[in-house]
Write a protein that binds this ligand. Structure first.
Ligand code: SF4
Length: 647
């Protein structure tokens, strides 16, 4: 029996995709998973109603922060007992229990065992153990992207379709009811997509308006990514509704009204609501659903059968799918018009941070240079010197009081608009928020604390362009070796993540004269009109080159296609437009360097670079010759660029 693959189904299937979320029972019991899969095996694929394609199972990793059977062990057992049939397996990988290296080992192990799709998550805060969170979902996705890119770059031309690469998905929660929580969820979703997420699974939630809102946001922002709606069978047969209502499962929200309604209903009514939700997701344009909380295969089938009956008529049941918080913020009104976002005033602590930063830590102001000189003069830049130790001790005390600093030594206060997301967050995340905030914006893991995601959003909203900056800033994992050292000294003397490279580095990997790259570029070009949009091995290779050069810190990314223009220069003109779009799309903000001896190619690339509504950095022209300067330099009136001149 051929094994189904989520990636292939999401890219090609016309049917609505179904995946089942299965967890072990209490006491590390494999029984519920075995029962479900055995029942499916017995019933066969024909038991799934027409229009639905049951593709695979997802396996949460220690859900709710409670130890359970690890997905890799579930995978081993289902293979051993031959329970899978045609189903794909999509394990969750979360950052709560593993450090960065251990996550890499887990991924490599999964790749060896043929796992292709994974769900990359920050993870729930462990209940009885210490959470790790050395990286969070953005860092984990970047790690997966790097593993994929390394594998592709090593492959030979003609073999690229056979390279084993992960298809990574991630979570998004549209079920947030404060403006900061909701917008931060969307911003974080976009950061996760930029870090490599290729599909989305929503958090559980019972408010159809929020599900529709997510689809609208993606459409408005031209984000083309498959969405899998999370449908959880909410039934009073289990403690789940009460736990969600009592904020014992952070990030999941059941209102007073919904809990009361559930208590007054029968199990059949609970099945009916889940079916209505499946039909709703199908009608609003989701690619599929992830059906959780159902370990009885007959209930699973009943939900799908009833959803098939409802078809596109889900709107009749809107009231039964709308259980919002008391105070709500929706990004889109009933007419579909986007709401105005707030323009708050700075809080005192935010003003203080801005003032202190400008006074001594911003190189645009003289205080930075004076402070730096002073520390150098007293030798406080030397870690063995007593003046350094004294300064470090004072810094620690002050920053703890002012920012809840945890001495990571690689400070991201400026990127986080004056808030520490290590000490200020219950999980200590590089990129906040997680999805655990309550409907009022408080941390679901500590109800006395406003989620730090709300605070960074507030601070960003007080600055012109601040929200856009917040939306586009992806914080890298902190440098572990700097822990407990002075972050101010590290920053002033260029030892932390802000470290500047002494030279401008131009990535030269996309060059048609490099034999292997040139061969793959030719393979790609030969795929025809759709080559630069349609997934293919050669396109994945080019993407890997672009992303890996950006990750390696290239200042510019050169594209040289002159080898294609030897016979027909128009070919390299057209190709330069395609490659310019690819660098803009996957280059993580690194500007392009047009490298050509043909001025028409340079011009075509330059025009295409600016052919977007998105902000782009100034590109570099390599090169402008003395004898063509008259033709090229007037272009600067329309399009800004730096250039390398040749005499
Ligand atoms: S403070 Fe916010 S980001 Fe941190 S754990 Fe709590 S809800 Fe998540």
């Amino acid at each position: 029996m051929e094994q189904k693959r989520l990636r292939q189904k999401l890219q090609t299937s016309k049917e609505f995709i179904i995946i089942a979320e299965l967890t072990g029972g209490p006491g590390y019991d494999f029984g519920p998973i075995e029962k479900f899969l055995s029942a499916y095996k017995k019933a066969g694929p024909s038991s799934i109603p027409a229009g639905f394609d049951f593709v695979g199972i997802t396996l949460p990793q220690n859900p709710g922060g409670v130890a359970n059977i690890d997905p890799s062990d579930v995978l081993a057992v289902v293979h051993q007992k031959d329970l899978l049939g045609d189903l794909d397996v999509i394990p969750h990988i979360s950052c709560k229990d593993n450090n960065s290296d251990s996550l890499t080992s887990t991924l490599v192990g999964y790749r060896q065992r043929g796992v292709e799709s994974v769900l990359a998550l920050t993870g729930d805060k462990p209940i009885t153990a210490q959470g790790v969170f050395e990286v969070e979902s953005v860092g984990l996705l970047s790690k997966i992207q790097k593993l994929n890119n390394d594998a592709l770059i090593k492959a030979k031309p003609g073999q690229l379709d056979k390279v084993k690469v992960f298809f990574a998905g991630t979570a998004v929660s549209p079920f947030k009811y404060t403006e900061p929580s909701l917008m931060q969820q969307y911003y974080k979703m976009e950061k996760k997509i930029a870090a490599g997420a290729e599909f989305l699974i929503t958090q559980v939630g019972w408010d159809w308006k929020k599900s529709v809102e997510l689809m609208q946001y993606l459409k408005d922002n031209r984000i083309d990514i498959p969405v899998i709606g999370n449908v959880y069978w909410l039934t009073t047969l289990t403690p789940a509704p009460r736990l969600m209502h009592d904020i014992k499962l952070p990030g999941c929200f059941v209102s007073d009204a919904l809990l009361a309604k559930l208590k007054s209903e029968t199990t059949a009514d609970h099945i009916e609501r889940a079916a209505q939700q499946v039909a709703m997701y199908k009608s609003i344009g989701a690619a599929g659903i992830d059906l959780g909380g159902v370990h009885q295969f007959d209930v699973f089938v009943k939900i799908l059968q009833r959803a098939a009956e409802i078809g596109d008529g889900w709107e009749r049941y809107k009231d039964n799918l709308c259980w919002p918080a008391e105070k709500t913020f929706y990004l889109y009104g009933d007419s579909g018009k986007r709401a105005e976002l707030s323009r708050p005033k700075k809080w005192f602590n935010e003003r203080f941070f801005d003032f202190a930063h400008r006074a001594i830590l911003d190189p645009k102001y003289p205080g930075f240079w004076a402070f730096r000189k002073c520390l150098q003069w007293v030798r406080a830049d030397r870690p063995r010197c007593w003046t350094y130790k004294t300064f470090n001790a004072i810094e620690k005390g002050f920053k703890y009081l002012a920012f809840e600093c945890q001495e990571c030594g690689d400070c991201y206060l400026p990127e986080n608009f004056g808030y520490c997301t290590i000490g200020g967050c219950e999980k200590g995340l590089d990129n906040v928020p997680c999805g655990d905030a309550t409907v009022t914006g408080y941390c679901g893991n500590n109800l006395d604390r406003l989620c730090v995601g709300e605070k960074t959003y507030h601070s960003a909203s007080t600055q012109a362009g601040g929200r856009e900056l917040l939306r586009r800033t992806l914080n890298k994992p902190r440098i572990p070796a700097l822990e407990h050292t002075s972050s101010i000294v590290n920053y002033l003397f260029g030892r932390d993540h802000t470290m500047k490279r002494p030279l401008i580095e131009i990535g030269e990997a996309i060059h048609a004269s490099i034999p292997k790259t040139g061969a793959i570029m030719r393979e790609l070009q030969a795929l025809g009109a759709d080559a630069y949009n349609k997934p293919s091995g050669p396109l994945k290779y080019i993407r890997a080159l672009i992303e890996s050069q950006a990750e390696d810190g290239a200042s510019y990314m050169a594209v040289n296609l002159d080898a294609f223009g030897e016979l027909d220069s128009q070919v390299s003109v057209e190709m330069m437009k395609h490659y310019t779009r690819l660098v803009r799309k996957w280059g993580k903000g690194v500007p392009i360097c047009f490298d050509s001896s043909n001025d028409e190619v340079l011009k075509a690339g330059l025009k295409e670079w600016y052919n977007t509504d998105e902000p782009v950095k100034t590109p570099l022209m390599n090169s402008i010759k003395v004898y063509t300067a008259d033709k090229m330099m007037p272009l600067k009136k329309e399009y800004d660029f730096s250039f390398i001149g040749l005499r």
